[in-house]
Design a protein around this ligand. Structure first.
Ligand SMILES: Nc1ncnc2c1ncn2[C@@H]1O[C@H](COP(=O)(O)OP(=O)(O)OP(=O)(O)O)[C@@H](O)[C@H]1O
Ligand SMILES: [Zn+2]
Length: 652
């Protein structure tokens, strides 16, 4: 089926006879959406003996057109369990088990969970979950197939620890386009600018106000284009008031009409006073609530629905009149206000957030963004956008193609069978034999690169990839993420236990986020936050990197890198407790590690016996690469003193 890169590969397929048979194998499928449903059906029909299915979601009407294991009567039920029920009807003898939960955070999905399976398949739709499963499979040495599709393109790529590139080896292109802040706040010229603005507005009214990415929607008076323009005295008393500050006061006696006038009248008047902006642009025209209700046209300039097609359109695909959008704005604001109040109440007694999170599949969320974006577009003389198109643009969606999903799923099952053929039969040793005959498979409509289905040789791991650069296991620390603070992690685990001085702590999720910077002073408030407040989760890997040079004393110089994996457990109830599960410290250590570095509270020297003394290497001037195993004896390091009350248990 594939455009194979060498004929010898085909002959290697005969090793199927000595490899594992599908009926003897267990596969974990993560994601039961578009590809997941196709995949489960194909795995079952190919007689795979045991399948685990993880999905966090429940079934929505919009899934039914392509996720054929689900029917209308299933809407609202968990995808994982309905998918398993449907598969059991096709293959009654199959052993298939659903897991309704988030692969990122659900404590059930720990290393021992992954170890039950011969093979893991990703059928996910987001980078974060894919990265997480990739890391878990590297940790557990499990073969992983990452399947995915975008429109007519797709892939089924193979990941084997230490033998191929992993998911993190290649930097992911930023999926979201970025727009200049001034364009969004002051001078939009395309529908997408208004949609981005409307999503920021949603966050300001109902979302996470502490999220630093939540850009203010108020006119930006620092716009460089408006330099040297005196503002305040030209605004006829319309002062610029930050929407974020304004809304908090306003929420008390909540009036959607006042919000309307602030956004679409007062702020626009202020914008028009920034004269330089409008020298070469059409000036925006403010609208007041009362007058806007009367505008029956689709747009101020007579613009609007340019689609001359005579095809009948479903309601959501139609452009509506301005007065319709005014009504849509008022109604959706009222709906969301009610929901936001309810959410705050729920948050008092649960771990739920206090704010709403925008979701393209939620009708009130979509109505709010459609109405706000179109009212703004009308003011700036920009074409209006239907609710249907807003959903696609705001959700950054490329439509899913059912046929591509079916092809990807078929190829993925073939890939799975080839992998099983490399696993020794009747043995618990999961070491792969030869993988020379395996390839990555891509489906591409770009004909320049070859056939539609292309088979590309596997590549070696990228040595600069954080996951693959060294193959030592990270130090695993078990904590309760909702109790353990950044400060406890830094002081107790990183400085006191791992004996680092002042390392950078980088979140190794591809985002480049730095949790703690060695160069900056510690922000006390931020240090007191718990790890889950930083959206760190079960399985997150932190890279602690220290490049400490003491000019006056070479013995204090150290260059260390330690990978720290966070494992969440609800069973730890004390905010200071943590458990080091096992691991290696990997470091490039100059001279002696048994030192007293400045600023490090070394009162608790209980690790000294385990620190390798490098005195024997004193004459070596070159950096020595050393691996130090932390203790493996349970409770050997159980310290419970007053000044260091965190209980440390060392387990294997
Ligand atoms: N962290 C996660 N844990 C478990 N399942 C996940 C996680 N992230 C995504 N998924 C699941 O992966 C599946 C991906 O399927 P798909 O790409 O078809 O998306 P969808 O949400 O079903 O469809 P659409 O986004 O088009 O509405 C979804 O069912 C989703 O619930
Ligand atoms: Zn890698």
């Amino acid at each position: 089926m594939f455009a194979s890169s060498s004929t010898s590969e085909n002959s290697n397929l005969s090793i199927n006879s000595i490899g594992k048979l599908p009926e003897e194998s267990s596969v974990l499928v993560v994601g039961a959406g578009g590809i997941g449903c196709e995949l489960l059906k194909s795995l079952a029909l190919c007689r795979f003996g045991s399948i685990g299915v993880i999905d966090l979601d429940t079934i929505e009407v919009s899934n039914l057109n392509r996720q054929f294991l689900f029917r209308r009567e299933h809407v609202g039920q968990p995808k994982a369990s309905v998918a398993c029920d449907s598969i059991r009807r096709i293959c009654p003898s199959i052993h298939i088990e659903p897991f309704h939960g988030d692969v990122l955070t659900d404590p059930r999905f720990d290393m021992s969970f992954y170890k039950q399976y011969d093979l893991v398949i990703n059928a996910l739709d987001n980078v974060q979950a894919r990265q997480h499963v990739n890391r878990m499979c590297l940790l557990c040495s499990k073969p992983l197939i990452d399947s995915g599709s975008t429109g007519y393109n797709g892939q089924a790529t193979l990941i084997f620890k230490g033998r191929t590139q992993c998911y993190d080896c290649i930097e992911k292109p930023k999926q979201q386009r970025t727009y200049a802040v001034c364009t969004i706040r002051n001078t939009p010229s395309q529908p997408i600018h208004c949609i981005v603005w409307a999503k920021f507005l949603y966050n300001q009214l109902f979302g996470d106000n502490e999220d630093p990415n939540n850009e203010d929607v108020t006119p930006d008076s620092d716009d460089p284009e408006n330099a040297n323009n005196e503002l305040e005295n030209k605004t006829n008393g319309h002062h610029r008031v930050s929407t974020r500050d304004w809304i908090h006061k306003e929420m008390e006696e909540f009036d959607p009409k006042r919000i309307f006038n602030k956004l679409f009248f007062d702020d626009i008047i202020y914008l028009t006073s920034m004269k330089n902006l409008w020298e070469k642009r059409r000036q925006p025209i403010p609208i007041e609530y009362g007058k806007a209700c009367l505008v029956k046209e689709k747009n101020q300039n007579g613009q609007g629905d340019h689609d001359e097609s005579t095809m009948p359109k479903i309601t959501d695909q139609r452009i509506q009149s301005i007065s319709d959008y005014v009504q849509m704005f008022i109604d959706s604001v009222n709906d969301l206000k009610q929901r936001s109040d309810k959410q705050r109440e729920i948050a008092l007694t649960t771990k739920e957030p206090t704010f709403l999170v925008w979701d393209k599949n939620d009708d009130a969320d979509l109505r709010f963004v459609t109405a706000s974006a179109n009212l703004r577009a009308h003011i700036f003389g920009i074409n209006l956008t239907s609710k249907f198109d807003v959903k696609s643009m705001a959700g950054n969606i490329i439509p899913a193609v059912a046929t591509t999903n079916a092809i990807v799923a078929g190829i993925t099952v073939l890939q799975a069978r080839k992998i099983l053929a490399t696993l020794p039969r009747l043995s618990h040793d999961h070491t792969l034999t030869s993988i020379n005959h395996l390839t990555n498979v891509f489906i591409s409509t770009d004909r320049k690169t070859g056939g539609i289905i292309q088979s590309i040789p596997l590549e070696e791991p990228n040595q600069s990839c954080i996951q693959c650069s060294d193959l030592e296991q990270p130090v695993r620390v078990r904590i309760n993420m909702s109790l353990f603070t950044v400060s406890a992690l830094y002081e107790r685990v990183i400085r006191n236990h791992l004996k680092m001085n002042k390392p950078d702590v980088i979140i190794a999720d591809g985002s480049g986020r730095i949790l703690i910077s060695a160069d900056d002073d510690e922000d006390e408030q931020m240090m007191l936050k718990t790890l889950d407040q930083f959206k760190l989760m079960n399985g997150t890997i932190l890279l602690c990197e220290e490049d400490y040079a003491d000019d006056t004393n070479a013995a204090l110089t150290q260059n260390m890198k330690i990978k720290l994996m966070l494992e969440h457990t609800d069973t730890i109830k004390d905010i200071d407790d943590y458990i080091i599960v096992d691991g290696h410290v990997i470091g490039e250590i100059k001279q002696s590690l048994k030192r007293k570095l400045p600023d490090v509270d070394n009162d608790d020297d209980d690790d000294d016996d385990n620190i390798q003394h490098l005195d024997d290497y004193q004459n070596e001037i070159n950096i020595v690469k050393k691996t130090k195993r932390l203790s493996t004896t349970p409770n050997e390091h159980n310290t419970n003193t007053n000044n260091n009350s965190g209980a440390i248990h060392m387990l294997r």
